[in-house]
Design a protein around this ligand. Structure first.
Ligand SMILES: *Cc1c(COP(=O)(O)O)cnc(C)c1O
Length: 450
């Protein structure tokens, strides 16, 4: 494993209060021009970013612990990605794969067929966003099985389009008053070990969901089960061991398509190429996006050849799907992940985060502030679940206040969770240890202060 060289100094450095005057004046312009429905977690306006830092218009250098929501895994300006993007843009930016195809698309498909779990024969189709990949995975599963019903889980997040809103669990802000939603979507209980004692046994939790599916739907009407192997927006929920393999096995036995939504957990994030790899789970279809292309918009569905080949010619596609610039970026990003052994780097980062958070939890508890209910995750996808001291009652106000405190000190940290009480850490794998430690120390201070 080689460490990454950086163009910008890897230092937190604040020259104004946050947000500074230039960011604040951009916020005024934004209010008049941009729909308020789109929020921003850390409202400073970026001008540069590299490794673990984001530079804003006022010249502040912030520590990035969010990677633009798990996207800039190889860094936000990885030179290999930047060079590939520039070279491709100088050749051609678009022809449309459905009009005049190009090698980059084929090469990305070959890579994904090789990297995704399982050594069966696979095919890939490329899109632009995670939601679009999920929509298409469901289309493929329905066509291939000739069945309608789709099962998703409590705390699931699958996107903001109509079908993916239906699959998503949480109403506010994702679904509220945006219905009616796509039909034939059923929701089953997840394995959430911290909040559901039964679910601490993954096999028992899967059996509970399977028995409900049998009763409410019956397997011969069920096209697909879709699950995030580690839930993202829902709270970095890691299902208990046995949950995913038991579900996958039941799906296989009942000819139900098992879809792993690896949009957030994929591409080295969890310390392996995919989160399914940790338990040797082999999904029928995998959806991917976020970390895939060093920040360029690209998404994919990779799956069993017999399912993918069932769809009629012209049945899948899109004007921009598998854009050549995004494909060049993906090939460069994947090459960086391989040559720098970023799965190993994610595991190292995970150990560093866990040891820092455990120390924080111990020192808070020592001061009679046992607000950390749970620390969980895998690799560089780790969360702290915040509760009112001595209870398991969610404390969303503390999560919000701690994130705001960290931001005011120049650390970008995201919240998540069905109850909004979770701080999630998703640093770029290009961050160095010293900067990461400093960011984690500030999070510790934020939790002690608020
Ligand atoms: C972010 C996310 C999506 C949606 O991806 P977009 O690119 O925002 O459409 C779908 N599934 C999971 C698990 C995600 O984390």
């Amino acid at each position: 494993m080689t460490t990454m060289a950086h163009r910008l100094p890897q230092k937190r450095h604040l020259v104004t209060e946050l947000p500074g005057p230039r960011s604040s004046s951009l916020t005024v312009r934004r209010r008049a021009a941009v729909a308020p429905a789109v929020g921003s977690a850390a409202p400073v306006y970026a001008v540069d970013a590299d490794g673990g830092v984001v530079i804003d218009v006022d010249g502040n250098s912030l520590i990035d612990l969010g990677s633009g929501i798990a996207v800039t895994t190889v860094g936000a300006s990885n030179p290999a990605v930047a060079d590939a993007v520039a070279a491709q843009a100088h050749q051609f930016t678009h022809t449309c794969f459905m009009v005049t195809p190009y090698e980059g698309y084929v090469a990305v498909a070959e890579k994904l067929n090789e990297l995704t779990p399982g050594d069966h024969e696979k095919r890939t189709v490329l899109f632009n966003s995670g939601a679009e990949a999920v929509e298409n995975a469901v289309k493929i599963a329905r066509l291939a099985t000739g069945r309608d019903a789709v099962v998703a889980f409590d705390h699931a997040y699958h996107g903001r389009t109509n079908l993916t809103m239906a699959l998503t669990a949480k109403t506010m802000p994702y679904k509220h008053n945006f219905g009616p939603f796509a039909p034939e979507v059923y929701r089953m209980p997840m394995s959430y070990p911290y909040r559901d004692p039964l679910a601490a046994d993954g096999v028992a939790a899967a059996d509970r969901a399977i028995s409900m599916m049998d009763k409410q739907i019956s397997a011969d009407s069920l096209a697909a089960v879709i699950v995030e192997p580690i839930q993202g927006e829902g709270g970095f929920i890691v299902p208990a061991p046995g949950f995913l393999p038991t579900l996958a096995q039941w799906c296989r036995a009942n000819r139900v398509v098992f879809i792993a939504d690896e949009v957030q957990s994929g591409f080295c994030r969890t310390g392996d190429w995919f989160a399914c790899d940790h338990e040797g789970v082999i999904p029928d279809l995998v959806t991917m996006a976020k970390g895939i292309a060093g920040g360029m918009p690209l998404s994919a569905v990779t799956g069993r050849a017999e399912l993918m080949d069932a769809v009629h010619p012209g049945g899948l596609g899109g004007t921009y799907g598998g854009n050549p610039v995004a494909c060049a970026a993906a090939l460069a990003a994947i090459d960086q992940m391989t040559t720098l052994d970023l799965p190993a780097r994610a595991r190292q980062i995970g150990e560093l985060i866990l040891s820092s958070l455990s120390a924080t939890a111990a020192s808070l508890a020592n001061d009679g502030r046992d607000v950390i209910g749970d620390i969980r995750g895998r690799g560089a996808m780790v969360a702290v679940e915040l509760v009112r001291p001595g209870t398991t009652e969610p404390d969303p106000e503390l999560a919000k206040a701690a994130a705001a405190h960290a931001f005011s000190r120049g650390v970008i940290v995201l919240t998540c969770g069905t109850f909004g009480n979770i701080l999630r850490l998703l640093p770029p794998l290009a961050i160095d240890d010293e900067l990461l430690r400093e960011g984690l120390d500030i999070i510790g201070e934020a939790l002690a202060a608020d």
